[in-house]
Design a protein around this ligand. Sequence first.
Ligand SMILES: Cc1cc2nc3c(=O)[nH]c(=O)nc-3n(C[C@H](O)[C@H](O)[C@H](O)COP(=O)(O)O)c2cc1C
Length: 341
Amino acid sequence: MSYALLRPLLFRIEAEKSHDVAMKTLQLAADNRLAKNALQRLYADRLPAKPVRLMGLPLKHCLGLAAGLDKQGVAGNALAALGFAWIEYGTVTPQPQTGNPKPRLFRLAKHQAIINRMGFNSIGLDAFLDNIKRTDNNVVKGLNIGKNAATPIEQAQDDYVLGMQAVYPVADYICVNISSPNTQNLRELQNDASLNALLQRLSETRKALQDQHGFDRPLVLKVAPDLASHEIDHIAKGLLKYGMDGLAATNTTLARDGVSGHRHAEQAGGLSGVPLAEQATDCIQQFYQRLQGEVAIIGSGGIDSLAQAQAKLQAGADALQLYTGFIYKGPRLIREIVKGL
Ligand SMILES: Cc1cc2nc3c(=O)[nH]c(=O)nc-3n(C[C@H](O)[C@H](O)[C@H](O)COP(=O)(O)O)c2cc1C
């Protein structure tokens, strides 16, 4: 069944239930060779090759799946067969946690947007890595790490170190998420002193892991779009100083521009999708001006069309990620963008 037919059914169900149904279906497809091969022939194999390199990693094309859809690492084989050239799994927290109380996911279909306050519902590192080790597709995998809600913010670094140590041997790159608006005080880690201390600790941990394993892994920092220009300055300097390989820009926004009046507009959480697009592109551009290609930029935020993908690349992104656009448009969005680029 095509996504155009499936979508109205999924959108009739409450948002998180529909998400669970979709993920369960993808998981079944991921674990079934026949289904996976059928999807592969229908979607991934029909995409033209547009190879790019991201932080030294070879990608079939520049379009990947953003973190948060496959938080448990269960559906990678099916998502790769749908055409994503790379997949970011997670966010995973060191210990399992249930996240915020439901409801915590809201569709604003009129605006092609989502508000979520999931709060890192995670099965924890051990179970997550068991799942990741079972995936056997050949697309690049990023593993996105976070902190547990119960860990005091002063000890957040310890959670990121635990995450890095655990995922290092299996990740193609590691993404450090300090920009979810749904874990209390998390975004404070983007601020001056906290950020430098965190980046220093990450870089020390990386050196130790490099010595231990004998190979390096690219390290990415994921930031919010709600940053003032002096904050962007400071973060960019930190990325350069501590030798980070990539910046993921952006996570969801606390702003509600463009959605006011919608019955869900005042729900707490991060807004994603079309209303975020321009703000995210502007953020990418500001980072690019400061980083000048020294640090790779992964662009996300409201990509729902070829034009929006091109805008992000023109602003300085090296590769792109989808989340909300994929929920609204399905795999045809991947085809539209990859063919058009
Ligand atoms: C329901 C939902 C859950 C998300 N969970 C995560 C997450 O766990 N970790 C993360 O780094 N980003 C998470 N994100 C943010 C996305 O990865 C992406 O950065 C953001 O939604 C902007 O892209 P989009 O407009 O294409 O959705 C989530 C987004 C949504 C909509």
